[in-house]
Design a protein around this ligand. Structure first.
Ligand code: PLP
Length: 482
């Protein structure tokens, strides 16, 4: 198959023939604006074009077409009803300057959608208030740590450090560093949780915050988490909950109830906005009592006499972090998702996410190393370390093998604290047939590694590009057609 339309081009072939007209040609543009030579365009029929782009689109990998167990990313199926509602005229075509001009009487429905979503998110997280404005998880993290900074500044606290377990998501230490804190990394203990003794040692009056990814990137929930919150608070350090992967605990545990001061959620992971390819997303941030006064500008209020309105920012507000309400369509989708599921449905989300991940773990145990072998939450982390040492087959080889069977590879080489790691998140939306198919292929790969490791060099066999130099592809990408 030709890769570009230019290769299909045949001189004189056209899509549409316009019949000779009986009226005179319209006067042309001034010759200064006319090109001297004809544009070099492919000469193809309409059908050539349709077939070309349809075939190209089939080369895209998407959750609507195939299983996508990319750990930490929650590539789950997003029902279409959310898209339908978010596309409604009154929501999609509302002009942002209604907000600037405070024309709240003509946007009551939209303001209500924001307020109801805020109430829902408070309900499931146990926080006191939410800002909807951050446009990604990492953006929410930055806001959270900025508010913690404002809290300490107001109290005259002298704080320099943010504690981060080594099993956190990489954005956590990056965020702390961006907001000018020094990062203290605390190592994991033998069971995969942050080592409590090492944590106590790292704690001091100079610690501003403890950032925890929950469950951590090993897919584990730390049973000591309440104790960690209490210790941190005894030093007036605040607790940050990275709730990007809320599908692990939705409806089961409320971070606010165990003492977290701030949380961000990834609506584009847990709350049903399709993602990948760079957005748009939303990372709303919820706060407890200590941080409420620092929330950024725009919060929606409600009173019986005026209806929904835009609150005046509080004196301590850190200001604006997004234009308008951020990615409003993503917020609408999250609201519809929560309203269609209801309480029962949301509890089912986390039950199924955890069940599916543990099922994968149970089926693959014995075929791969399990570095921290205990019940997992919404994802499990395996390792190809033994296969590498004994047969020279690496996590990357397993990942490439799967591609030929219509499967997206799991996350590999992350988390960093596991050698040859393979991080699998089946998500709650997959049925047992799909998960079994994936596990069968993972087991086939492990068997092949033991019987014929050389065979891996050939995989994937069916894709247009099979084993690119990934560093070069990232650093010196050339997508020009010559
Ligand atoms: C995805 C993710 C993030 C970052 O979210 P973005 O929207 O990509 O910025 C942060 N923490 C965890 C645990 C994540 O899985």
């Amino acid at each position: 198959m030709s890769i570009t339309l230019f290769e299909k081009s045949q001189t004189g072939r056209t899509g549409i023939n316009i019949p000779k007209q009986s009226v005179a040609d319209a006067p042309t543009l001034d010759s200064a604006f006319l090109r001297a030579t004809k544009a070099s365009l492919p000469e193809v029929s309409e059908f050539d074009v349709v077939r070309h782009f349809t075939q190209l689109s089939n080369k895209n990998f998407s959750i609507d077409a195939n299983f996508y167990p990319l750990g930490s990313c929650t590539m789950k199926y997003n029902p279409k009803v959310q898209e339908r509602v978010a596309g409604l005229d009154g929501l999609a075509n509302l002009h942002p300057h209604h907000i600037t001009n405070n024309q709240t009487d003509s946007m009551q429905g939209s303001l209500k959608s924001l307020k109801v979503l805020e109430d829902n998110l408070c309900e499931v997280t146990g926080m006191q208030a939410f800002t909807m404005t951050p446009q990604a998880g990492a953006h929410g993290e930055m806001l959270g740590i900025m508010m913690i900074g404002a809290y300490h500044k107001k109290k005259g606290n002298n704080k320099r450090y943010v504690i981060v377990p080594d099993s956190s998501h990489g954005t956590n230490p990056a965020t702390a560093a961006m907001v000018d804190y020094d990062v203290i990394t605390v190592k994991s203990g033998p069971n995969g949780d942050m080592d409590l003794e090492a944590f106590k040692e790292a704690m001091s009056d100079e610690v501003a915050a403890v950032m925890m990814t929950v469950p951590n990137t090993l897919g584990l929930f730390n049973p000591q988490i309440k104790k960690i919150c209490d210790i941190a608070h005894s030093y007036d350090a605040l607790m940050y909950y990275d709730g990007a992967n809320m599908n692990a605990i939705l409806g089961v545990l409320r971070p606010g109830d165990i003492g977290f001061d701030v949380i961000h959620l990834n609506l584009h992971k847990t709350f049903a906005t399709p993602h990948g390819g760079g957005g748009p997303g939303a990372g709303p941030v919820g706060v407890g009592e200590r941080l409420q006064e620092f929330l950024p500008d725009l919060q929606v209020g409600f009173s019986e006499d005026v209806g929904y309105f835009l609150k005046e920012p509080s004196e301590g507000s850190i200001g604006k972090i997004s234009p308008f309400f951020g990615n409003y369509m993503v917020l609408v989708k999250a609201l519809v998702y929560m309203q269609t599921l209801g309480k029962e449905g949301m509890i089912n989300v986390s039950k199924k996410a955890v069940l599916n991940a543990n099922y994968v773990l149970a089926r693959l145990r014995g075929h791969y190393d399990v570095p921290f072998d205990t019940l997992c939450m919404h994802e499990c982390v395996l390792s190809a370390d033994s296969l590498t040492k004994e047969h020279g087959v690496r996590a990357m080889d397993i990942a490439k093998y799967l591609l030929d069977f219509g499967l997206h590879a799991p996350t590999v080489y992350f988390p960093l604290i596991v050698k040859e790691s393979i991080m699998i998140e089946p998500t709650e939306t997959e049925n047992i047939d799909t998960i079994d198919y994936f596990c069968d292929k993972m087991i086939d790969a492990s068997n092949l590694a033991r019987s014929n490791p050389e065979a891996f060099k050939e995989y994937p066999k069916t894709l247009p590009i099979c084993r690119p130099d990934e560093t070069k592809a990232a650093r010196s990408l050339n997508i020009r057609w010559q």
